[in-house]
Design a protein around this ligand. Structure first.
Ligand code: URP
Ligand code: ZN
Ligand code: ZN
Ligand code: ZN
Length: 468
């Protein structure tokens, strides 16, 4: 039977290989890879381009409840549209349990928001904010069986923080049910202490958000999470590692043979604390407020060390978009009275791949294979999507991005597809850009335009992590 699509003339790159071949696609899957594939209903000429596994971004926040008067800038349509334009074919957002609420109900609510709205495939992690006996004993085990095989826990934030005992209890359920726990490592009490002290001294500008959560606070929590995981005997994923201090804790654990894994993000190789100063210690610094906060040049160097030496398995965006010029976004009615009230998070799902490609591959810091591993293959393995997703091979979903390694661009808000009204990388020059994004055989993005259909992406359930 005839092929639906052939991608011809490109160079295929996987986490281990690089070779010239055509790709044949039928019913959303890759069915052939060969020197010459002809006679498909549609052909795409990929001469001069790389054919990479579509990006999988395993850390994005979409339509997530963020407090009474704050609204996230992206819903599932705009976030997945933006992701596709950035060369991604799958994103993993979070279903947040609100305190006092059944986890199952929360998950079903997020699913409803996503169904029929997505341009590319999605799958949810859970966020556990209220680990009651029912959640730990009944809801979590049932949800893991239904394919929600990873959950995130927080060591800070008023509405999300878990006590050490609660962390241990969630870790124990993860061990028993063979799920993967992602940990947000920043120490709650130290942040509260420093925040109050800074405010008392009149240090209220967005810049002091970074001062209120120094590397020592992240390092301490990272060490504590590692120790608790060791006590329970469970693999963990430390998410959004920002600098040398936390990176060294992860490396220390790995060198002792503990199953500790880690993620880092574009902001930690490109932004610094000074960006939060804004124009003159003014509110424009709010555009860069995220947690953990961007550090300094030495920390960027340490993150590269961790990337190249294998401390980090995944490179995700932590896309968490808020509009800047909006009372329901960064500029809440109280944002000017203290950094405490500035919503945490920055948009980045569309710029993750160009930033890592440019800073990593184009500047000679990492190989193409390492790029693929960090942006697609490891996400699929670690979050239970392999071997359906994460590589280019016969039998895989036809999730492919055609990439121009030579194309030079300046990142500009005017050309992005997210719901935010700014990008932290305005004017940032990159070499390497996605040209065409193909998600399960459908062309969703081409020549700067979204051409796919809302609803073409599905909400998937996942298998067990490769780390278990
Ligand atoms: O500031 C950030 N990163 N907000 C998103 C939530 C999180 O902790 O990942
Ligand atoms: Zn986090
Ligand atoms: Zn590993
Ligand atoms: Zn996050």
């Amino acid at each position: 039977t005839q092929l639906d699509l052939a991608i011809r003339g490109g160079t295929i790159v996987t986490a281990s290989d690089e070779f010239r071949a055509d790709i044949g696609i039928r019913d959303g899957r890759i069915v052939s890879i060969a020197d010459r594939i002809e006679g498909a209903a549609r052909e795409i000429d990929a001469t001069g381009l790389l054919a990479l596994p579509g990006g999988i971004d395993s850390h994005v926040h979409i339509s997530q409840a963020s407090g009474p008067d704050v609204v996230m800038a992206d819903d599932f349509a705009s976030a997945t549209r933006s992701a596709a334009a950035g060369g991604n074919t799958m994103v993993l957002p979070f279903a947040l349990q609100e305190k006092g609420t059944s986890l199952r109900t929360c998950v079903e609510n997020y699913r409803k928001l996503a169904e029929g709205e997505c341009y590319i495939d999605t799958a949810f992690h859970l966020i556990i904010s209220d680990p009651t006996a029912v959640v730990l004993g009944q809801e979590l085990p049932a949800l893991v069986k239904d394919g929600y095989t990873s959950f995130k826990v927080f060591m800070t934030y008023d509405d999300l923080v878990l006590s050490d005992k609660q962390l241990l209890e969630v870790f124990e359920v993860a061990r028993r049910e063979e799920a993967l726990v992602m940990v947000h490592c920043e120490g709650y009490d130290a942040i509260r202490f420093l925040t109050t002290k800074l405010e008392r001294e009149g240090h209220i500008a967005p810049y002091y958000h970074g001062v209120s959560r120094p590397q020592a606070v992240e390092r301490e929590a990272t060490h504590r999470a590692i120790s608790h995981a060791e006590v329970v005997g469970v693999p963990i994923m430390i998410v959004h590692v920002s600098g040398r201090e936390a990176m060294e804790q992860v490396r220390w654990a790995q060198q002792r043979g503990l199953p500790v894994h880690a993620e880092t993000c574009p902001q930690y190789i490109t932004l610094t604390a000074d960006d939060m100063k804004g124009l003159n210690m003014d509110i424009t610094g709010a555009k860069y407020v995220c947690s953990p906060p961007p550090r300094d040049a030495a920390s960027q160097q340490a993150i590269w060390e961790g990337i190249t030496s294998g401390v980090f398995q995944t490179f995700s965006s932590d896309h968490c978009p808020f509009r800047y010029d909006d009372p329901k976004g960064k500029l809440t009615p109280n944002s000017r009275t203290s950094f405490r009230w500035v919503p945490n998070g920055i948009p980045g799902v569309e710029t993750r791949l160009p930033i890592l490609f440019s800073e990593g591959v184009s500047k000679g810091r990492i190989s193409l294979q390492k790029f693929v591993e960090l942006t697609a293959t490891n996400h699929a393995r670690i979050y239970g999507l392999y071997p359906r997703k994460g590589s280019i091979g016969v039998g895989f979903d036809a999730d492919i991005v055609l990439w121009d390694p030579k194309l030079r661009k300046a990142i500009q808000q005017a050309n992005l597809h997210h719901g935010a009204d700014y990008t932290p990388w305005e004017g940032f020059d990159v070499t390497g850009w996605p040209v065409t994004t193909i998600a399960r055989g459908r062309v969703v993005y081409e020549q700067g335009r979204i051409v796919g259909d809302k609803g073409g992406g599905e909400v998937l359930s996942r298998g067990k992590s490769s780390l278990i």
